[in-house]
Design a protein around this ligand. Structure first.
Ligand SMILES: [Zn+2]
Length: 178
């Protein structure tokens, strides 16, 4: 199981974690197949608990984010949140949430630690983080492979690949794009 995410996105998430007094949270959006989750963008959602040690996504914002993602053909490929005072390991509360979202959970700390976790059949497993998606050349390789592996269904279309490749190349601010 691999989470492919750009270095720039990770840097921005760490910065986001460090500039907030409460835990930040939201969705990682992109494409997935059985083994790989490819992050194309990040959508932050307000933490309605306003807490430095727990989070819960504000439901209306959450639904809006999911609708927008679906309209643009993106899937939820992960949940991210920050841990401000403890290591990036899932808390009891996180483990409960992971039952509802069976995608990688990315936890970042202001100090720059980043870990991914997923709840599988056999319990919680660590997800390997590959930070290459936003490096333009690597990104194309990853996307090309994703297309070959049929993430786009019947053969995947050239048009769709071209569009994704363009996005990967031109993406400057993947956090909350318009
Ligand atoms: Zn947590």
């Amino acid at each position: 199981m691999r989470l492919i995410i750009g270095r720039e996105i990770i840097k921005m998430l760490i910065k986001m974690a460090g500039s907030s007094k409460i835990e930040v949270c939201g969705f990682l959006l992109g494409r997935r197949d059985e083994e790989e989750f490819l992050v194309l963008e990040v959508k932050q959602v307000r933490n309605m608990l306003n807490s430095p040690s727990a989070f819960e996504m504000e439901p209306e914002e959450m639904v809006r984010a999911l609708d927008e993602a679906e309209a643009r053909g993106l899937e939820v490929v992960g949940i991210f949140h920050s841990h401000l005072k403890c290591p990036p390991l899932p808390s009891e509360r996180d483990l409960e949430g992971m039952k509802n979202w069976r995608v990688p959970w990315l936890i970042v700390t202001p100090g720059g630690e980043v870990k991914g976790w997923i709840l599988g059949e056999g319990g919680v497993e660590e997800v390997k983080i590959v930070d290459e998606a936003n490096d333009a050349r690597e990104g194309i390789k990853v996307l090309a492979k994703t297309v070959r592996r049929g993430t786009f269904g019947e053969g995947g279309t050239n048009e769709e690949f071209k569009k994704l490749r363009l996005e990967a190349l031109t993406q400057r601010n993947p956090i909350n794009p318009p």
